[in-house]
Design a protein around this ligand. Structure first.
Ligand SMILES: Cc1ncc(COP(=O)(O)O)c(C=O)c1O
Length: 385
């Protein structure tokens, strides 16, 4: 027998919660597989306890962002200030309403938006500021909220990376007017596909329920508050089936285990790579105040051509690493639906230098050591010359 092939270490692996199959079986055997059944109620209650406010489960984070754009009443002629270094969905949800985007830069290695650029980007047509906490590292929300209050703007908080993170400004996702979570299977807690809308203004709750139920007041009908339901407002079908809610419910029961395992892996990377990084001129992710969601661990290589070199080298060692966002202002749709006041050079630089390492709950010590070993064998390209 030859030597056993070494397994590839994937970039991400969906968490397998112990209770998943048992809860799915319950749904299969019940007569309630469509949305808003017992597992939707149970998972929503757990999210409410974790984040401290009203929650509506959705079919994806993208759909929650679409609902958020409607809840803050975006429409043609409006503008939204939005970081260029984020996922396309935040911008697509704005464009869908007919509003346009003013992109701003990142502050630096955190990947979060540069709050000092927000005020300049606000003009007479600005209606909202959209923020995203990169890797669950809190954006300076006191600065964002004070500009928003001064200029009468709404704040949308994309917290897809930061479920359950407590910041000095409050729980992430709960600080702005409306928050968003994603339960895509690359996220710390997942439902295959899924999301949640964090409703932070009491007056939005009924409207959000209607939007999620095809524009009808069916939720009120199910609570016995009206005799019949009918079409009352703009809406779509944004509620997940009970299959997805059952998977999510099982994940939420394991939230503490998931987080402690991910944080442990994150710490091992930080410790295991520190000496090498200092020696070869690589920057490691360094969250301010140590606050982050252990959603991702990244490093910043010195030169743009190092990024693909490192990813290729790791792949040859059976370790899958990944770059991240291509700045939205430089994308085809970003140029069509938005603009920036000046070149967003820091985001462009970050995008070309950032490499994310494998991180999921369930990585073994051996797998973590293999990643550290493969990374520390690499040296930036300039040093190779
Ligand atoms: C920051 C951010 N916002 C929004 C989304 C969209 O979430 P979903 O995939 O659940 O639609 C993602 C990616 O999944 C994301 O990373």
């Amino acid at each position: 027998m030859g030597a056993q092939a070494r397994a590839v270490i994937p970039f991400s692996r969906p968490y397998r919660a112990a209770a998943t199959l048992e809860r799915l079986k319950f749904v299969v055997e019940s007569d309630h597989a469509h949305g808003d059944g017992p597992f939707t109620a149970a998972a929503s209650a757990k999210l409410r306890a974790l984040t401290g406010g009203d929650v509506l489960l959705t079919t994806s984070g993208t759909h929650a962002l679409e609902m958020a754009s409607r809840l803050v009443d975006l429409g043609p002629g409006d503008e939204v200030v939005l970081p260029t270094f984020t996922f396309s969905s935040a911008a697509a949800a704005v464009a869908m309403t007919g509003a346009s985007i003013v992109f701003i830069d990142v502050e630096g290695p955190s990947g979060n938006l540069d709050v000092s650029q927000v005020a300049d980007a606000v003009g007479p047509n600005t209606r909202a500021i959209s923020v995203m906490h990169y890797g669950g590292q809190p954006v300076d929300m006191s600065a964002v909220m004070s500009i928003a209050a001064e200029r009468g703007l709404a704040v949308i908080e994309d917290n897809a990376h930061g479920l359950g993170v407590m910041s000095e400004y409050g729980p992430l996702g709960r600080i702005g007017d409306v928050g968003v979570q994603s339960f895509h299977d690359t996220k710390n807690v997942h439902a295959g596909e899924g999301g949640a809308l964090l409703v932070n203004r009491e007056r939005d709750l009924l409207r959000a329920e209607v939007m999620r139920e095809k524009g009808t007041n069916r939720s009120e009908f199910l609570r016995g508050e009206v005799d019949k339901y009918s079409w009352v407002d703009w809406g779509s079908s944004y509620l997940p089936s009970e299959y997805c809610a059952a998977v999510l419910d099982a994940q939420l029961d394991a939230f503490d285990q998931i987080q402690s395992h991910r944080h442990r892996t994150w710490e091992r990377y930080a410790e295991g790579l520190a000496e090498w990084a200092g020696r070869v001129g690589v920057e490691l992710m360094e969250p301010a105040g140590g606050i982050h969601a252990a959603h991702l661990f990244y490093l910043l290589v010195p030169d743009w051509n190092d990024q693909s070199d490192l990813i290729r080298t790791l792949r040859a060692a059976d370790v899958v690493a990944a770059f991240h966002y291509v700045p939205l202002d430089s994308s085809l749709a970003g140029r069509r639906f938005g603009r920036s006041l000046h070149p967003l050079a820091r985001a462009e630089d970050l995008s070309h230098r950032l490499v994310r390492l494998p991180l999921w709950a369930g990585m073994t010590d051996d797998e973590i050591d293999r990643v550290i070993d493969a990374v520390t064998r690499w040296t930036p390209t300039k040093e190779n010359r």
